[in-house]
Design a protein around this ligand. Structure first.
Ligand code: ADP
Ligand code: MG
Length: 326
């Protein structure tokens, strides 16, 4: 493809233009965190693929145990975003060379997380090539209970799990964009290297949340997917965004950049009716996971960012796009 036309095609335009087809036999096709097809009686099977490419999604010298964990974690996160229970996964692996010590570590990291979620490795493919891991996960969700991106309604609260931006903060240090003091870096680094998929939360939100997704490309861009598919808008209080102590000690502009546009957090963003606040709070308490209300869904389209006084926030960044012009 000529460079000029690829520069104008975003990742999401590309998917829309060349790979989005109406779902016929599938319950839900391209465009959400997972696809849905009929599963065991009364259930749908949620399916998602995520690929990790060396030099693109991780540093080539990454610790193999962390890489194994992360490759499965980002896939389980898509199941979590649909409210699905992990069942099985396949692993397609391209390797420059077969080094047993490295592979043992990779497998240990991946399979420990798989065992923790009762998610079985059932197949895959292996070839020599530039280091790439492509996993496909399968999960169960009771029919019509999946947390879809197109189900947000005007008046819903917007909620975020955990804290935002720490993975981006760690990445910025690794890239030399800023330098964190050692104890701070050690605090945020696991958020980048070994993220926690919010599987139990996704399942607990069935029948409570309307729409949900996992924040992989940054809150502004990802919430934008919910708004677009649900044909609604949102009012977001940037001062309410949950942040770790390390994040809260950063310069204001960096906090905004990391919490609004930092990718790789794998927290869930979900919407729920205002009448469900106590139920959501109880779920957070049971799972020992902070759940923070950060805004509301509005009938008028567009995302409006405000500060705690209700004044407009001037942030203009967007989410991550693999094909955005540099
Ligand atoms: P996520 O960040 O949740 O993993 P993506 O942004 O990667 O989702 O993908 C958006 C949607 O486009 C998903 O429904 C995904 O399955 C679909 N998609 C991405 N790439 C392709 C492709 N090459 N062919 C078909 N569908 C695709
Ligand atoms: Mg996702």
């Amino acid at each position: 493809m000529p460079a000029s036309s690829s520069a104008q095609l975003s990742e999401f335009d590309l998917i829309r233009r060349f790979f989005t087809r109406p779902a016929h036999k599938a319950v839900l096709g391209v465009g959400d965190d997972c696809a849905l097809i009929e599963g065991r009686p009364g259930h749908h099977l949620a399916i998602s693929t995520d690929m990790l490419v060396s030099g693109r999604h991780f540093f080539p010298d990454v610790a193999p145990r962390a890489l194994g964990h992360k490759a499965l974690a980002v896939n389980l996160s898509d199941l979590a975003a649909m409210g699905a229970e992990p069942r099985a996964f396949t692993l397609a692996l391209a390797l420059p060379e077969a080094e047993p010590g490295w592979l043992a570590e990779l497998a240990a990291g991946m399979l420990a997380l798989a065992d923790a979620h009762g998610c079985e490795l059932i197949g895959g493919d292996t070839t020599r090539g530039p280091l790439t891991l492509s996993l496909t996960v399968f999960g169960d969700v009771p029919a019509r209970m999946a947390l879809r991106r197109d189900a947000a309604r005007a008046g819903d609260d917007i909620w975020i799990s955990g804290t935002l931006g720490d993975a981006r903060l760690a990445l910025g240090d690794c890239r030399g964009e800023w330098l964190l003091p050692e104890p701070d870096f050690s605090q945020v680094r696991p958020r980048m290297d070994t993220p926690t998929p919010r599987v139990a939360l996704g399942m607990a939100l069935r029948g409570v949340a309307h729409a949900a997704l996992d924040i992989s490309d940054g809150l502004v861009g990802d919430l934008g997917h919910i708004l677009e598919r649900s044909q609604v808008g949102a009012l977001l209080d940037v001062d309410a965004l949950p942040r770790s102590e390390v994040m809260a000690s950063q310069p204001e502009a960096r906090q905004l950049e990391c919490t609004l546009a930092g990718g790789d957090d794998y927290e869930l963003c979900f919407t729920a009716p205002a009448g469900s606040r106590d139920t959501v709070a109880a779920i957070g308490a049971r799972l020992r996971l902070p759940l923070t209300r950060v805004g509301a869904i509005t009938p008028e389209p567009g995302l409006r960012l405000v500060n705690r006084e209700g004044n407009p926030c001037a942030y203009t960044g967007s989410g991550f796009d693999h094909f955005a012009s540099p």
